[in-house]
Design a binder for this molecule. Structure first.
Ligand SMILES: [Zn+2]
Length: 81
């Protein structure tokens, strides 16, 4: 199964869905602060079933401290890839 266009971010944090609300699991609320508006749009991780976990801009910034490895805010790339 090669050529998946969504597989650019290969290293992502996996969140435990038990600790999330249904809104967070469906990407309707920020995974950190539960804010629903503006809608979270930064993918900060995934669930075990590969559903994207989203955070708002502010929280995504806090979750992904600048490391100098990646020029794109919100698209984290781990050093151990
Ligand atoms: Zn947030």
């Amino acid at each position: 199964m090669d050529g998946d266009p969504t597989a650019t971010a290969r290293i992502v944090t996996t969140f435990d869905p038990d600790g999330l609300t249904s809104a967070q699991r469906y990407g309707d609320a920020c995974v950190v602060c539960h804010k629903k508006w503006p809608r979270p749009r930064v993918r900060v991780g995934r669930l075990p079933d590969d559903t994207a976990v989203l955070a708002c801009d502010d929280c995504a910034e806090a979750l992904t401290p600048p490391t100098g490895l990646c020029p794109f805010p919100g698209r984290r790339r781990a050093a151990y890839s």
